[in-house]
Design a protein around this ligand. Sequence first.
Ligand SMILES: NC(=O)c1ccc[n+]([C@@H]2O[C@H](COP(=O)([O-])OP(=O)(O)OC[C@H]3O[C@@H](n4cnc5c(N)ncnc54)[C@H](O)[C@@H]3O)[C@@H](O)[C@H]2O)c1
Length: 357
Amino acid sequence: METIRVGIIGAGGIAQYGHLPAYKNTPGVKVVAIADINEKKLAYVADKFGVPRQFTDYKEMLEQADIDAVSVCTPNSLHREMSVNALNAGKHVLCEKPVAVTGADAEAIIAAAEASGKVFMGAFCQRFSGASQVLKKFIEEGKLGDIYYVKGGYIRRRGIPGLGGWFTTKAQSGGGCMLDIGVHALDRMYWLMGAPEPVAVSGATYQAFKDNAVDGGWPPFDTRIGDVYAGIFDVEDMATGYVRFANGATLLLEATWAGNCEPSSYMQLFGTKAGALEDSRGLRFFGEEAGSLLDIEPHVDTKINIYEAEIAHFVDCIRTGKKPITTAQEIINVAKMIEAVYRSAEKNGQQIKISEL
Ligand SMILES: NC(=O)c1ccc[n+]([C@@H]2O[C@H](COP(=O)([O-])OP(=O)(O)OC[C@H]3O[C@@H](n4cnc5c(N)ncnc54)[C@H](O)[C@@H]3O)[C@@H](O)[C@H]2O)c1
């Protein structure tokens, strides 16, 4: 088995806590190069994880390093340029979420992926959780029937990532909590629903914590070496969205970085045969059998390391030619639904047609 050689672009929080340890624990793959504009952090991370080649210009890494694949772990607004350049250079790409900040960016990445014939995968790690895997299996076996309504969210009480850094600077992040954590909830629900065609979206955004914002501790402080915090906070700290699909189904989504609320990450699916709810108490199904209402609590593997599972899948796709779990259509439509939430919010909640994006 030939070793797959990987380069990482962006040596920050998710590279250090997700990708680098996961690649290290995956057989048949090795991180041989890393790129970051922050020289101090680059040197520290290369030393800590034993990465032999360092680059302050990722394009030089693409040209000069002997690599088969790339992980894109940089601020959101750079994902399009970096993914497209890596694909055009003949590399397989695993790109962090949100893959794209607009539908057009997602379409450009997918076009480059299709032209290159290389693997392109969105790093939607939550699809790999034990609960996600059990839910997907139940749905694929038809146990929920037709899913007609889904709601979910990612709710933090005081958890603004990198307050005053790139996460809260629209020019670099593309948006606030909806793009950052709402995208996890949306991607997972959309995938579980079987990716129906989105037709129209309405949404709202809020910035209620402008004068009362608290840094949530991500990226982890030990990964912030040499980072610039210019103090900008021009994105939303709460957002809601409502999506209508061509098959009649609807989806309700909420995301907060900060709110006077109970923190949670939850998802509820309504199907014609059964429903499902996942929240802090775990996963439950709500069905009916022999004339009785029946609740089922499946055993879920809670020990899965979702980053390792994600990277094992990426490596497997490269090795076997298997299609990645994230399809082109899912990546494009998730980006379009979030873009439509923002556009709707700008127009006081007016419904945005996906066909117009
Ligand atoms: N999957 C998850 O659960 C998860 C969790 C956190 C973050 N993320 C995503 O990962 C990405 C990075 O987030 P993070 O928390 O690691 O941020 P971070 O700020 O810790 O790291 C980003 C790194 O990119 C570097 N960078 C900036 N511009 C660059 C350039 N032109 N070339 C090379 N490097 C450059 C920065 O110097 C920094 O070291 C974001 O898209 C974020 O949404 C995903």
